[in-house]
Design a protein around this ligand. Structure first.
Ligand code: AQP
Length: 328
């Protein structure tokens, strides 16, 4: 029997290389594997847990759908949908919230980080994020979740909820595992923390042109280009990570050798790297233009995706309600 897969991206802006390498690459790999049935959503409900503009939320959501399609998420193989169009997710998350404590949510590193980032906006929805994420995954009984390593604490919560509900109400939720890619953690270009939409200067977007990519890479901090050992963190480590991902391990080894030898010329490195990144992004950008010219097709994908997702979601919700003694 096919195993299910669920993943999603928040509708908080255009996708960057971190989203692409940490999540979407894994999504692509699994949709081509006949052992899996894949469900990929745009997380608009998660997007409203941090400050946002209601005027642009719908268009941001649609942009992510178009990005998915442009990258190669295929509606013939995957169910592509918008989270808020499946209200069963929120209903299930309420039922799930009976299985976790407030203290457990407050101690999650992801929650603490967002509290630091947005101290004025520590809403119940933000605290609730991992519970809704558990519902997003488990409503499809998904056992595999292609997401970046930053999401691991949330998956742990999903497993705890699944385990508790299975034990108490004799349900059959899988305990979902993360599907890791080679780019499970993409560092920020500014040399500290992860690449993130909300940290200016940290990212390269999928729609960036060659000049923009060059400009963004130019801002990455470097050193003299020479030393006894290759740095394991900071700007140079980030650049080498990108070289490995976009130009291959061989090229990366060449630079590493140069670092402890004659030295790296960062101008050349950044130029070559910008070219390689742009080459990978070009077909995605071209496909995007085609999709932008075909809004009816995008609408159809969204409508059909919601129908398919709802069929599965409503069935799981009913099972859980019955098991918990609610309703009929
Ligand atoms: N730097 C990263 N490296 C690897 N994977 C990453 N992801 C995000 N950043 C990196 C993965 O992308 C998916 C979608 O992330 P999200 O939309 O949930 O948003 P996020 O993690 O909140 O992304 P940002 O860019 O950090 O947004 P802001 O700044 O708005 O919070 C997830 O699978 C995530 O692991």
């Amino acid at each position: 029997m096919q195993k299910r897969v669920l993943s999603g991206i928040r509708a908080t802006g255009r996708l960057h290389l971190g989203n692409y390498l940490g999540a979407v690459k894994g999504m692509l790999e699994l949709q081509s594997d006949p052992n899996y049935e894949t469900f990929y959503m745009v997380a608009d409900l998660h997007a409203i847990t941090t400050p946002y503009d209601p005027k642009t939320l719908a268009s941001n959501t649609r942009e992510v759908i178009i990005d998915y399609l442009a990258i190669g998420i295929d509606p013939e193989k995957s169910t592509i949908f918008i989270q808020s169009q499946i209200p069963e997710h929120t209903e299930l998350s309420y039922l799930f919230s009976t299985a976790v404590t407030v203290a457990r949510m407050q101690h999650l590193p992801t929650f603490k980080e967002k509290v630091k980032q947005h101290p004025e906006n520590v809403s119940m929805a933000l605290l609730y994020y991992p519970v809704l994420m558990a519902a997003d995954i488990l409503i499809y009984k998904a056992s595999l979740v292609p997401v970046g390593v930053d999401q691991e604490p949330h998956l742990e919560v999903s497993r705890e909820i699944a385990g508790k509900l299975n034990e108490r109400f004799k349900l059959d939720f899988p305990e979902p595992q993360r599907f890791a890619t080679k780019g499970e953690y993409i560092p920020s270009l500014v040399g500290e923390g992860k690449m993130s939409k909300s940290v200016e200067g940290s990212f390269i977007n999928l729609n960036d042109d060659l000049e923009t990519i060059k400009k963004r890479l130019a801002a990455a901090p470097t050193d003299s280009g020479q030393g006894e050992s290759v740095p394991s963190k900071g700007g140079v480590a980030t650049l080498l990570k990108f070289v490995e991902l976009f130009q291959g391990a061989g090229k990366c080894a060449e630079y590493e050798k140069a670092y402890t030898g004659d030295g790296i010329r960062y101008g050349d490195l950044k130029n070559g790297l910008a070219q390689a990144i742009f080459e990978e992004l070009t077909p995605i950008q071209e496909k995007r233009k085609e999709l932008e010219a075909n809004p009816e097709y995008v609408d159809k994908v969204i409508t059909e995706g919601a129908q398919k997702a709802r069929q599965v979601a409503s069935q799981t919700l009913q099972e859980v309600k019955t098991a918990m003694g609610l309703g009929r």
